[in-house]
Ligand binder design. Structure first.
Ligand code: MIG
Length: 748
């Protein structure tokens, strides 16, 4: 047995229950529980944080029960290895369920074969015998469960069962899906005693039943790997996020242009189409910073090549786009066309960098280029090699990289479990590293790009694991142009944000199927507030660029993209908080109003930062919206009407209106309207002041380099009085300052 204790942990903070079980006290609020069953410990893909010294630690054993006090938490371990947690004042936070799992005997009468005969899916009966390692923990009345990555459905995941196994499933995503592209085995429980989080650091296949099999408890567990989890106390959700991301890392500041509007489609099949999109975007005056290049730009879908026919003169195309102010993001899939004579394949073969069958042959499966080999991203040398291949894209004039198909997906059946990969120098089976394949690919891309360019990289990924926020933004994959998928946007992005993935978005307008003008309109009203903002759609579906549905749709679309562009400084401030504290940009109301039971299950509204509440219309034909305002005073963004909180109200919401409320006491920093983001041009900050004694902290830098790490940035503290008159204080100055700070609007 090999012990991999947490970084810097003093011996006195490690409690061995027996030779296979230990508890590590990482800080006053964070506790790690490791039950290896004698297995060798895996390297963690997620954890980068180290332990702190806990000065007021005390432990005693009473009647065989170990009790550890940290000052904030009490941790108990009984002789049957039940682990319980309570707050320092004795309130129980989370305790192990005593007794056997008792799946509810839900009646399932009728012969399912008959239904299957007509083509109905057989229901998956999750109730399964105990996992090899598991923790069964009590659910208390009123507990809500959040997090768990990109799982489809509602904000509160209580009552559903999930699996962590990165899965590309093209069927319309629904709340009954057990797995999707991402594995983020971290959840938060918000209950009456406060909130806590649990991160199961196991990148094998894992299971989470959040009270489906029995409403009295939840279960998380695994049959492969072992139990290694972190209990993270709050009691508030922001504190949990801060501690969870201290452990697994935070998003780095992205290039500022990536917060702009992105236009994409699979596929723009030629350079002429791309040029047309760029020209029309400017002609229609839709602010836009980036065009995505999907797989058609490649030569026969070979990664790190260029299609010299349909995308002839690629360098010129990209240079022309640049001169019009567009950035370009290119897609890269993991599958390398298995074709002798193709440099990337030959080199990977020569270096033995591809996954092997147990017999030692390079494994092949079909993806877009046909037969392909799969790089072994768990090997640091493979990551360095792959990262270096991006030199090709950089030299062409590409600005960012979009990683797709990295679950990994394959056309001829799934990759067999026993394929040979590696996990940081150790031999591993595909089943062992499947869930971190996308994570390691994004890591390789981020690190390669950073090394090659010296600037902030932009990576976008479909598959990921906990900790991937250190390298990449994420989008939610192949949604459809259906209203239920518009309704999915808020809970899915809020839960991704609560899982540490602050920089995320959905395909605006829907990827599969034909969108409608009304759906697209309502989608952009949500999309313009999502951290990553891209309109993307699939081949063969109706085109959904903003101008496709005539003048009136275009006018509304433009209005919301323009709002986004004016709000870039505010948005960037929220992104900086994500980089500093791990707080999501798009937050459920419960994040800031946890003691208001009304908000714990709000699926149709969210907070952008702390003080902007967005409550979009998500139903076809609806022209009113039922809005809940939490405690305090709020201002209607459009009419400046002052509204009392702690109540529901009905807001008129014609097709061109998305209800937005700003909390009293807020200053929104904005920029004048532009067609693209260029921080070097911004010499004026325009403030929108809501309510008396409002304030904000605003951050400014060049939006492109890592110079901010050497204090090349400004931090403004802006405070208004009861009349709205404001003063600006510079807390840090290391970058050319705004020449003017003006009040564009004062609402009292
Ligand atoms: O199976 O590259 O989710 O965004 O346009 C299709 C083509 C493969 C799936 C991605 C989608 C992308 C598409 N890809």
């Amino acid at each position: 047995m090999m012990l991999r204790k947490s970084k810097n942990i003093p011996d006195g903070q490690v409690f061995h229950l027996d030779s296979y079980r230990r508890i590590e006290i990482l800080s006053e609020d964070v506790v790690r529980v490791v039950f290896t069953g004698g297995m060798e410990e895996d390297p963690s893909a997620a954890v980068v944080g180290a332990a702190a010294t806990v000065s007021n630690l005390a432990a005693d054993t009473i009647e065989g029960r170990l009790c550890i006090h940290t000052g904030k938490l009490r941790i108990f371990a009984d002789p049957s290895f039940h682990i319980d947690f309570s707050a320092a004042d004795g309130r129980i936070l989370s305790e192990e369920y005593r007794g056997l799992r008792v799946p509810l005997k839900m009646e399932r009468s009728g012969t399912e074969e008959f239904a299957a005969w007509e083509g109905h899916d057989r229901p998956v009966f999750e109730a399964k015998a105990d996992y090899r390692f598991q923790s069964v923990r009590r659910l208390h009345a009123g507990d809500c469960v959040y997090g768990l990555g990109d799982k489809a459905g509602f904000l509160n995941q209580r009552g559903y069962a999930y699996e962590m196994w990165n899965t590309d499933n093209a069927d319309p995503h629904n709340e009954n899906f057990r797995a999707l592209y991402k594995s983020m085995p971290f959840f938060l429980v918000l209950g009456d005693a406060g909130a806590y989080g649990i991160f199961l650091d196991n990148h094998h296949r894992t299971y989470f039943d959040m009270g489906k099999e029995n409403p009295d408890y939840y279960v998380f567990g695994c049959d492969e790997g072992y139990l290694d989890y972190y209990f993270i106390y709050g009691p508030t959700l922001p504190e949990i996020l801060e501690r969870y991301t201290a452990l697994t890392g935070r998003m780095p500041l992205p290039p500022l242009w990536t917060l702009g509007y992105h236009q994409s489609r699979w596929g723009y099949e030629s350079k002429d189409e791309i040029r047309f999109i760029a020209e029309t975007m400017r002609a229609c005056q839709i602010p836009c910073d980036c065009i995505h290049f999907d797989i058609d730009y490649m030569d026969h879908f070979k990664v790190f090549t260029w299609n010299k026919e349909r995308y002839r003169d690629g360098k010129k195309l990209l240079a022309d786009l640049k001169s019009e102010g567009f950035k370009a993001v290119a897609i890269i899939d993991p599958g390398v066309k298995a074709q002798p004579g193709y440099g990337v394949f030959d080199e990977g073969e020569h270096l033995s960098y591809f996954a092997k069958t147990p017999e030692g042959e390079t494994y092949r499966n079909a993806v877009w280029p046909g037969d392909a080999a799969f790089p072994d991203f768990g090997n640091p040398s493979v990551r360095a090699w792959w990262g270096g291949l991006h030199r090709f894209l950089l030299d062409m004039g590409i600005d960012g990289v979009w990683n797709d198909m990295n679950e990994p997906a394959s056309f001829h059946g799934p990759l067999p479990d026993d394929l040979v990969f590696s996990d940081e120098g150790r031999r591993a089976r595909h089943a062992d590293i499947h869930n971190i394949y996308g994570h390691n690919m994004a890591k390789s891309t981020y690190e390669g790009w950073k090394r090659l360019s010296g600037r902030r990289p932009f990576v976008l990924t479909r598959a990921c694991f906990c900790g991937s926020q250190r390298y990449t933004a994420a989008w939610t994959g192949d949604n459809h142009s259906i209203w239920s998928h518009l309704r999915l946007v808020i809970p899915q992005l809020c839960n991704l944000g609560l899982s540490g993935m602050a920089f995320c978005g959905t395909d605006v307008g829907g990827f599969g199927g034909d969108t409608t003008p009304e759906l697209l309109t309502r989608w952009v009203q949500v999309g313009c507030f999502s951290p990553f903002f891209r309109n993307h759609s699939a081949k063969g579906t109706r085109n959904q660029e903003p101008w496709q549905f005539g003048e009136s749709t275009l006018a509304i679309y433009r209005r919301y993209v323009e709002l986004r562009y004016r709000w870039i400084p505010y948005l960037y401030d929220q992104v900086r908080l994500a980089a500093q504290k791990g707080w999501p940009v798009m937050r459920p109301l419960a994040f800031h109003y946890p003691s208001d039971p009304q908000v714990r299950e709000i699926n149709d509204a969210f907070l952008l930062g702390e003080n902007v509440l967005v409550s979009p219309v998500l139903e076809q034909g609806a022209r009113q919206k039922l809005v809940y305002l939490p405690e305090g005073i709020w201002y209607d963004y459009w009419t400046s009407a002052r509204e009392e909180g702690s109540r529901w109200l009905i807001r008129e919401a014609p097709l061109d209106l998305c209800p937005i409320y700003i909390k009293s006491g807020t200053i929104l920093p904005t920029w004048p309207l532009r067609q693209l983001i260029d921080p070097l041009q911004e010499t004026e900050l325009v403030l929108e002041v809501f309510g008396p004694n409002a304030s904000c902290t605003h951050y400014q830098d060049n939006g492109e380099t890592f110079d901010y790490q050497n204090d090349v940035y400004n931090l403004y503290r802006i405070v208004a009085d009861e009349t709205g008159a404001f003063t600006v204080e510079l807390r840090q100055s290391g970058y050319p300052q705004y020449r003017r700070v003006t009040a564009g609007r004062v609402v009292l």
